[in-house]
Design a protein. Structure first.
Length: 229
């Protein structure tokens, strides 16, 4: 079971066990029950997990998706990335982690890729159904596909073919960018018929989403363990 810690002027959820680490970047649900469960599961597997709080205490535990969507529309890329890099500093400098990766879902999947392109300390980057539209919304400063070649770490990216927020063509462009890198392996999950956010347990009444998650999560966990050990 994790605890809330204060890092600078931000709070984060920490499940601490050892010197391998992962920075978790949530989806629209914020630091809700599901992301805390994932952090605790990583800790049970021997990986210290630290969760960024995108909405400063707001999550699906105490807010509606509509309220969180409004907060997302006001999110600043540079501020978010600065917060995430401060959490990386905390994992390395204060918690003494030797190797640290970043994993994100939806909006967090986008940020894991952006962070990977900016911080070469990362041992891996995992992006589940990253929200990377080619037509940037007003609150997006950076284009993920343009920045992706700057990632030097191994990347695991997971895409559901029925994603209504990111087209197959946009995902193929991301794959091309990742595979253009001179260093850093690229692992790809492609799930026919699965929907955006398929890892969200509230969407597992759809059997395609549930089946995709059952395949994807153990592979992601093995990838994280292999790259942070």
């Amino acid at each position: 079971m994790g605890v809330t810690v204060t890092v600078g002027d931000q709070d984060a959820y920490l499940a601490r066990v050892g010197r391998a680490g992962m920075l978790l970047l949530p989806m629209i649900t914020g630091i809700g029950e599901q992301i805390r469960d994932w952090a605790d599961e990583l800790a049970a597997a021997g990986i210290t997990a630290l969760v960024w709080d995108p909405f400063k205490g707001k999550s699906l535990d105490n807010s509606t998706r509509e309220e969180l969507s409004e907060l997302l529309a006001d999110m600043d890329d540079d501020q978010a990335l600065a917060e995430q890099q401060a959490l990386l500093d905390y994992l390395f400098d204060d918690l003494g982690c030797n190797k640290v990766g970043a994993i994100g879902w939806c909006l967090g999947g986008r940020f894991s890729l952006l962070l990977g392109a900016r911080d070469q300390r990362l041992a891996n980057v995992v992006a589940f159904h990253p929200t990377i539209p080619s037509n940037l919304p007003p609150h997006h400063t950076y284009d993920t596909t343009t920045d992706a070649p700057g990632i030097t770490a191994p990347v695991l990216v997971s895409y559901p073919s029925a994603d209504t927020l990111v087209s197959n063509a946009e995902f193929e462009a991301l794959q091309t960018a990742l595979q253009s890198r001179p260093t850093g392996a690229t692992f790809t999950h492609y799930f026919p018929g699965a929907l955006h956010g398929y890892t969200d347990k509230s969407r597992h009444d759809n059997p395609v989403n549930a089946a995709a998650f059952r395949l994807a999560w153990p592979q992601a966990l093995a990838f994280m363990k292999a790259t942070t050990s």
